[in-house]
Design a protein around this ligand. Structure first.
Ligand SMILES: [Zn+2]
Length: 430
């Protein structure tokens, strides 16, 4: 009995034109990272659960949406493992474990393109497996690093042709400023706490900053009248933020200050930023990429005090935006040359020529099934081949090949040694 199977809810298969769009974006992201001198970093797809679930972390991702599983190892222990819900924690774990703070230089820049797993209600652009392009810049606590990270993401949008977005920036201040702000928030929220949601009651203890972007209480009077963190910033934090804004202005980057921006995770200090879509077709205000500075995380994982800034960009959502912006991905399946053997005798002869042309750097395929001439020409159309390479008994006995330029209809029969030269001349003319 045969069975039919389907992809799990919230996941998808990717192939054909769609996968070529992915390749286009991934290639562009890698190319930009090369220009910015950002090296790739790969970490395991799962980590020990504690890597993601840290003390005092009140975010929804960590509390509700993780894929966690327990295995029994040979030592009889049952470690809890979790599929990565985000990229930063695993990266920092690896950075510390491999002592890169000691050996990797004083300013290190890394990127990754990897899947993240979140158990949430699937909707357009929010899959249970979603893919993220992210960067992590480690070393100096400097607004130059923050702006360089922002520039990396903005360059990708620009070179993709996405123009309808805006950059929001905020500062959470340094540790001292945040502590002062938390005190101010607790003083403010305390009298209102019994009218707020259960999550907010927990956040009040763990991190009252998170109460400011509560989805349940966003219209609550206490949220609207909460004190601004700018009132709690010390001089160092104010200076840092002023320098960041001035660097953005130098680069000609438009931005808006958003004093309510705190980001979804709890480890940020100083700069936080978000680039949101302003394209009405895809739902304005949806986040394209966001991140910030997380100076305490390397220490949390057992490393020395180290500055760090990064962002994550969801590739699924980027694709939706790119499609809405009419980005031309040039996703047609295409070939330089298609080989068409006429009869069994010519098949190994064409097979050998096809391989020679591939080694010369051309995109080449052929019919290996002995299809009719008509059926072979259908394949030429389907693969958008620019040149056909035909051989029958005559060509094999004379050591020649018949080439046809599909666009100009020009046909020549040449010695097989000359074929590459003719094809390259034809392809060069285009
Ligand atoms: Zn709430």
């Amino acid at each position: 009995m045969s069975q039919r199977y389907f992809v799990p809810r919230g996941t998808q298969d990717t192939y054909g034109e769609e996968v070529r769009k992915w390749q286009y974006i991934e290639r562009l992201a890698r190319d930009i990272c090369e220009r910015f001198h950002i090296n790739e970093f790969r970490t395991p797809i799962y980590e020990h659960t504690e890597v993601f679930k840290r003390e005092n972390d009140a975010s929804d991702v960590v509390n509700k949406e993780m894929y966690t599983f327990v295995i029994k190892n040979r030592e009889g222990e049952s470690p809890s493992l979790t599929l990565r819900p985000e990229g930063t924690a695993g990266f920092v774990r690896a950075f510390v474990q491999n002592k890169l703070y000691a050996t990797g230089g004083s300013y290190q820049k890394y990127f990754y393109i990897a899947p993240n797993f979140r158990y949430e209600r699937p909707q357009k652009g929010r899959m249970r497996i979603h893919h993220q392009f992210g960067v992590e810049f480690v070393g100096p606590s400097s607004p130059y690093a923050d702006v360089e990270a922002i520039l990396t993401g903005l360059t990708l949008l620009k070179e993709l042709g996405i123009t309808k977005f805006k950059l929001l920036v905020n500062t959470l201040g340094d540790e001292e400023s945040q502590a002062a702000y938390k005190v101010a928030l607790r003083d403010h929220f305390k009298p209102h706490l019994d009218t707020m949601c259960a999550d907010c009651k927990r956040r009040f203890e763990q991190n009252p900053l998170r109460m400011l972007d509560c989805k349940v209480d966003h219209d609550h009077e206490a949220v609207k009248t909460a004190p601004m963190n700018s009132d709690s910033l010390n001089d160092v934090s104010k200076e840092y933020f002023a320098s960041l804004k001035s660097l953005l202005e130098d680069q000609g980057i438009d931005f808006e200050l958003d004093s309510r921006l705190v980001r979804g995770l709890d480890y940020y200090h100083h700069t936080v930023f978000e680039v949101v879509s302003t394209d009405e077709n895809v739902g304005a205000q949806s986040t394209i990429f966001g991140g910030g500075r997380y100076n305490k995380l390397v220490e949390y994982f057992g490393g020395p005090e180290t500055g760090a800034v990064g962002f994550g960009m969801g590739i699924e959502r980027l694709l939706i935006l790119a499609d809405a912006s009419g980005v031309d991905f040039n996703t047609q399946d295409s070939l330089d040359v298609f080989g068409m053997p006429m009869g069994d005798n010519a098949k190994p002869y064409v097979f050998k020529m096809v391989q020679d042309l591939r080694q010369a750097g051309l995109k080449v395929d052929m019919d290996i099934e002995g299809k009719s001439f008509k059926a072979q020409f259908k394949m030429v159309d389907r693969y958008h081949a620019k040149v056909t390479l035909v051989a029958g008994d005559d060509e094999v006995s004379q050591g020649t090949i018949t080439l046809k330029n599909i666009q100009t209809k020009e046909t020549v029969t040449v010695n097989k040694e000359q074929a590459l030269e003719v094809i390259q001349a034809w392809l060069g003319e285009k």
